[in-house]
Design a protein around this ligand. Sequence first.
Ligand code: SF4
Length: 282
Amino acid sequence: MSNEFKWIDEDADNFLFVPGADDKPWNNAEKGWKKPNYDLYNPDRVDMEELHPEERDKSFIEIVKGYSKEQALAEADRCVECGICTATCTAHMGIPEYIKAIRNDDLEEGLRILYDTNPLPEICGRICTHKCETVCSIGHNGDPLSIRWLKRYIADQNPSEKFKEILGTDTIEQNGKKVAIIGSGPSGLSAAHYLALMGYSCTIFEKLPKAGGMMRYGIPEYRLPYDQIDKDIDYILSLGVEIKYNVTIGKDIKLEQLEKDFDAVFSGTGLHLGRSTRIPGT
Ligand code: SF4
């Protein structure tokens, strides 16, 4: 290209933008490159099957059914591997990489990529807020990729009894240090997972009778089935993590005691209080 086609700016931030979403002075420049009107991918998302309303009425069965292999392959095939989604995902998951693993029908590799950055794939594959999909570049000219449902597809298809073998976590060298974790919600479980992989002996103290925090006690079963929460948690427990239920720190066990008994304490107590509308009478 000649110099006529160059845009020069001294502020580097001007070049950080989401194409098509953030306005830039060169957007409508006559000599700028214009995308021709054809696509190599299908702009339409593969529909997700859902439970019939009559069945929903009478049960707490999960509403969303999940992709079949054919559906997942067709959906994964729409990804152009641009990687914008990775920057937007709060966990910076390797999204184009795990979608590529689906295209290659290598779901074990897909699982390894998921666990690299996210130890709760069954849960996040169902209830994460999928900010990645709001920036997916396919969404500028069609439906964004069903990133969350593809993540769920990988987690669903791998049987839990093979997780340790696939993820290479059969034997973990211990470092002799102990960590106490307060709360078994997403942060406590994530901390336990990664610390256990580093060789720390982790004990989680949970004040409720079951683990999962708001994921279990705040989300209805038809959106997030309990057996799927357990699948994620059971794998973390299989790494040697222990959970002590019905124990409230500060009441049943004092913090000073934890300080004595452990090398470190991680606190992830969550935010279980509801938020008021602050309107009198509600
Ligand atoms: S933004 Fe969309 S098209 Fe780009 S890598 Fe992510 S899923 Fe694929």
